[in-house]
Design a protein around this ligand. Sequence first.
Ligand SMILES: NC(=O)C1=CN([C@@H]2O[C@H](COP(=O)(O)OP(=O)(O)OC[C@H]3O[C@@H](n4cnc5c(N)ncnc54)[C@H](OP(=O)(O)O)[C@@H]3O)[C@@H](O)[C@H]2O)C=CC1
Ligand SMILES: CC(=O)N[C@@H](CCC(=O)OP(=O)(O)O)C(=O)O
Length: 342
Amino acid sequence: MIKVGIVGGTGYTGVELLRLLSRHPGVELKAITSRKEAGLRVDAMFPSLRGRVDLAFSAPESAGLAQCDVVFFATPNGIAMNEAVALLDAGVRVIDLAADFRIRDIAEWEKWYGMTHAAPSLVAEAVYGLPEVNREAIRDARLIANPGCYPTAVQLGFLPLIEAGVIDTATLIADCKSGVSGAGRKAEVGALFAESTDSFKAYGVAGHRHLPEIRQGLSRVSGAPVGLTFVPHLTPMVRGIHATLYGRLDRDIDLQALFELRYHDEPFVDVLPAGSHPETRSVRGANLCRIAVHRPQGGDTVVVLSVIDNLVKGAAGQAVQNLNLMFGFDEAAGLDIVPLMP
Ligand SMILES: NC(=O)C1=CN([C@@H]2O[C@H](COP(=O)(O)OP(=O)(O)OC[C@H]3O[C@@H](n4cnc5c(N)ncnc54)[C@H](OP(=O)(O)O)[C@@H]3O)[C@@H](O)[C@H]2O)C=CC1
Ligand SMILES: CC(=O)N[C@@H](CCC(=O)OP(=O)(O)O)C(=O)O
């Protein structure tokens, strides 16, 4: 059994980590932190975990995190970068669900995140935790930068096309929609029921902080900088991301065969039959990306539809998948979940 700590246990990704890890056969949950709720039993705040998690929230400084084998940071951006050095020095491996270690170019990170990086030397060491690209490096990593939610859906959708060199990488378009839980559990006017229900809007069109992360990942695969237009939208649902991706084909190719071959051995990417339209509810609660690829009217535009649950394959589930790789567990341990429909 490995000992696991979670910093930021009262947020949506923190409670999702608890849900997944509470049924993981190789994990002992040792500590779960909250500054505001220290002392409160976890199941008093999250009754869904009654009988499964027998812990109370601890203050971060008294949680004994240095005695864990691995610590997850399910905290806002800018927290893990201050804490990771001491934990790594104590021999603890770290998985950050926030963006502190995702962007290689420190100046670029500081521009988009509006703060000075506290541990730039760790950024070079961190492994970007997208198993479908970095599986081998993840196994040996001490520090994982868990990908963002939109970046997971978009990169998995574009990867086969860019790896095969069959689309124009200067004109990529990612038109994405997210459920409201993507904004976290903190109180915000835009996330109120009356503000977000029965309405639909784009945001961050001028520039969203996931743009440099997606560009970095796709450029690495392409071997040259890619041009990407990324437009996120807020939809009146709780969970889910739907990415509609557009690219211009450079040559004729059997797209369905390309995608099926690329993801044939991937346990958490499901390429749907030709002509399918994946629904966000078909992945709800599961660590799964479902993808369909289309070529409308046989033209030179390829349309990829990619759906994930933002809290699972887009955050906590992917983090557990990374933990499984890092500690030599079955990659699917704790992640064998049937999505909840309807
Ligand atoms: N929601 C999503 O779909 C996704 C989120 N992420 C990322 O995961 C991270 C967590 O997101 P989410 O769970 O939605 O966020 P929430 O706002 O729901 O939760 C944040 C948690 O962090 C704790 N926290 C806040 N400030 C600090 C601090 N200074 N020190 C220690 N703990 C702190 C809070 O508890 P308390 O204040 O009691 O200490 C709370 O438990 C974020 O970086 C987010 O960007 C990534 C992918 C998807
Ligand atoms: C709907 C909504 O507000 N979504 C969030 C998603 C970002 C997120 O969770 O951030 P990371 O994946 O970078 O950690 C946003 O656009 O800011």
